[in-house]
Design a protein around this ligand. Structure first.
Ligand code: PLP
Length: 508
């Protein structure tokens, strides 16, 4: 069934007018039958109901305010989902280096790189070579037995990043969970925090995944709404009536309580005074502060120079572990081997993921000192696939590619080139701000900053860029993230700047 037929059916269901605009857009976008059919399979059997379906049926209720609210909600939860029902509904089938192709043969520059997982470029031959070679030998062994790949890998990765030990996991969010477990264990066994009192602090607008601990510590209502009860000790207080009832609070003491709880659960990003206040207030129970050196999903929020090194000093003086979540910023993305290197900061715990396998499959790692890691005893943590032979070989190859091809260095210089090109468009176009480090950048479009993923001029710019051969997506309303593979060349950046310039001007 094509999108056109689909829209006709929905039109019949919704009374017609509601989906006219959408069906027209789908047709105008020229989605091929092949693409439509495959996307429909995702809609029918995947976890997400089609946005088109959800949106059209809600529009049919013809409540404009409700519709806007629902659209925001729908688009909010989809930061990993192709969140446009028409023009960005297409299927990618091939990737090579900095480019990807759709099933209809159209070629694009990939300026999202699977949220910084494909730093080494799509299907890097050395990484794929390591994968294929190991896959023909042995893919997984029970962790009850040793294999001949893990030892070499853990030595390589710890030496490369300068830590005593590594705990191999799979996804980025498991890396975060592992870091928090380690911090709590260290808190009890080394710092002497009383039983079940250990707290881990987070920065507002953090993003570290979708598990219950991750959503418990999120300040984004889209991430946590409907998933309570939340995890004690990393919980962000939700300002809701049930909160007041649950704590039997009168309005005035509720306010005090809410303010107090907010101040203890989460600190503003890039604000050293706030964290020091919290350390002073309850430092004895705080095991760790977990933070991204640049907040990626929040819209490439770059803190002041020295933020990470000052944080490290503060944490050290209050005997609190600093956990750097470098799942998105690490591995060359910001023009350094790690983003913390920019401030010459060495965190107590480092979490890596995404590009640790060059986008080949999920591989993550938590690196730390003997003092922290050895608080874990056999049987207390692990994962069936963590440290599997395939992952060991792939991650080694992925790091070697970053090192041997000097991709952090390339990221630094190509990032400069990209930002200065974008900045030269400020003033004569709707670009009002350009920020970032290395090849993790954001371009802010001059339009009211609306909710996460709201459609507006930034969205139109993304659609135009797609038409012109470059894929990117807003992270928040008017903020478009640019994170191409780090293998991108000078000539390619020039080509991409040309596409961006043309697209921004076409949108006006
Ligand atoms: C900073 C950060 N940490 C953790 C994660 C979670 O990684 P994963 O999706 O592999 O679980 C992400 C994902 O975008 C991230 O950006």
């Amino acid at each position: 069934m094509t999108i056109l037929r689909y829209c006709r059916q929905i039109r019949a269901r919704s009374g017609g007018a509601a989906c006219r605009a959408l069906s027209t857009a789908a047709v105008e976008d020229g989605l091929s039958d092949a693409s439509s059919a495959l996307i429909e399979l995702e809609d029918k059997y995947g976890a997400h109901v089609s946005l088109l379906d959800m949106r059209v049926s809600r529009i049919a209720e013809s409540q404009v305010e409700r519709r806007i609210g629902i659209e925001r909600q729908i688009i909010n939860f989809c930061n990993y989902y192709p969140n446009e029902p028409t023009a960005l509904r297409f299927l990618l089938t091939k990737g090579e280096g900095t480019r990807v192709w759709d099933v209809d043969g159209r070629e694009y520059f990939d300026f999202l790189s699977a949220y910084s997982a494909v730093n080494q470029g799509h299907c890097h031959p050395k990484i794929i070579g390591a994968l294929v070679e190991q896959a023909q030998q042995m893919t997984l062994t029970s962790r009850a037995f040793h294999n001949d790949c893990l030892g070499e890998y853990v030595e390589f990765v710890t030496r490369y990043f300068g830590f005593d030990r590594v705990l191999p996991m799979n996804t980025g969010v498991e890396g975060g969970e592992t870091a928090i477990k380690l911090a709590r264990k260290w808190g009890y066994e080394v710092k002497g925090i009383p039983k079940d009192k250990a707290r881990v602090l987070f920065a507002e607008s953090n993003f570290w995944g979708r598990t219950l601990a991750a959503v418990s510590s999120s300040s984004d209502p889209t991430a946590y709404t409907g998933f309570g009860p939340f995890m004690p000790g990393c919980e962000f207080p939700r300002l809701c009536v049930s909160f007041l009832f649950a704590h039997a609070l009168t309005p005035s003491c509720a306010l005090t309580r809410i303010i107090e709880t907010i101040s203890v659960s989460m600190v503003p990003y890039n604000n050293l005074d706030a964290i020091e206040d919290e350390f002073k207030r309850d430092g004895d129970n705080i095991a760790a502060f977990m933070v991204e050196p640049i907040q990626g999903e929040a819209g490439v929020v770059v803190p002041a120079d020295g933020y990470m090194s000052e944080l490290k000093k503060l944490c050290t003086s209050y005997n609190v572990l600093l956990i750097a979540d470098e799942v998105q910023t690490g591995l060359g993305r910001t023009g350094h081997r790690l983003a913390v290197d920019y401030d010459a900061c060495k965190p107590d715990i480092l979490v890596l993921g995404k590009a640790l396998s060059g986008g080949v499959f999920p591989v993550s790692a938590v690196l730390t000192s003997d003092e922290v890691m050895l608080t874990l005893k056999p049987g207390e943590h692990g994962s069936t696939y963590g440290g599997n032979p395939l992952a060991c070989k792939v991650a080694t190859a992925a790091i070697e590619v970053l090192r041997d091809e000097k991709l952090a260095e390339n990221s630094a210089s190509r990032g400069e080139q990209l930002r200065s090109g974008l900045r030269s468009m400020e003033g004569s176009t709707s670009i009002k701000e350009v920020r970032g480090r290395g090849l993790l950048n954001a371009m802010v479009i001059d339009q009211p900053a609306m909710g996460y993923g709201d459609q507006g001029k930034a969205w139109d710019v993304c659609l135009k860029m797609k038409e012109n051969g470059l894929l990117a997506k807003p992270t928040h309303g008017n903020i478009i993230r640019f994170a191409p593979p780090l293998t991108i060349t000078k000539a390619e950046i020039d080509q991409c700047l040309d596409i961006i310039d043309r697209s921004v001007r076409q949108v006006g």
